[in-house]
Design a protein around this ligand. Sequence first.
Ligand SMILES: [Mg+2]
Length: 275
Amino acid sequence: MQVSVELVAFDLDGTILEADGSVAPECAAMIKKASASGIACVTASGRSVDFQTRLLTRSGLMSCFDALICDERWVFLNTADGDRHAAGRDDGAETLTPLQPWNTEVRDRWAALDPLALQWATRMRDRAAAQGWSCEINDRDNSIARGLRSVTFSMDREVETLVDWLAPQLATGPLACNRNGRIAHIYDKGCDKGSTLQALLGQQRYQDLGPAAILAIGDGINDRPMLDGRHGFAAATVVNAEPAVKSWVRTAGGMITDGERGVGVARILADVLAS
Ligand SMILES: [Mg+2]
């Protein structure tokens, strides 16, 4: 890889997470090695802060992560002090501090956009029903907590069809949509994984990092904003990624490893550390 990477943003599901929800030992070992060598590690995941905290604490990786991007938009800084690498100390949630004013601004914007998102989610459900497909929209409390409306389908081709139908209609408005597995997401286009990562990089501690020093690793359609080069980040993906994802990474000049999930991530990190 050509760039000297100083920060790595990791997707979780399908990337560092195995199908059984664990982190492969070789992946965990390489994350620890990258962190110990001074590379900042952050998550960029659609998973909640509670999920991520439990996972990283259980895997002994919490102290390796500078920050968590949760539900693709909430940012939490790991503010444990500088000796957190010592003695296996891993405080978990106690050390997480919300990034402000970002988190509050995102929440307030979403509270205003949610009724419009619900209208589009309802249109999506009606269109699905006309095809004989059923789907379920999350409730308002879940929407406000996550900053998105989710529409859950039972088959991949259903969600693909409906997201392809909706995306062009949202192009000129404040919302965007994507999919993650069988779930369509309708969200504020100002805070996808790419722009949220950009907001995190606005922190003073990262101000000297150019975009090419940032490596984003992901496998899904919802990773596009951090993988397709629009922010100038370096990109990498794993062999199990969707074909479209590999194509975005290839076009951005990134790395497509032949390893699956955590094994692939371990190979990407080995490459980064060797360069
Ligand atoms: Mg993923």
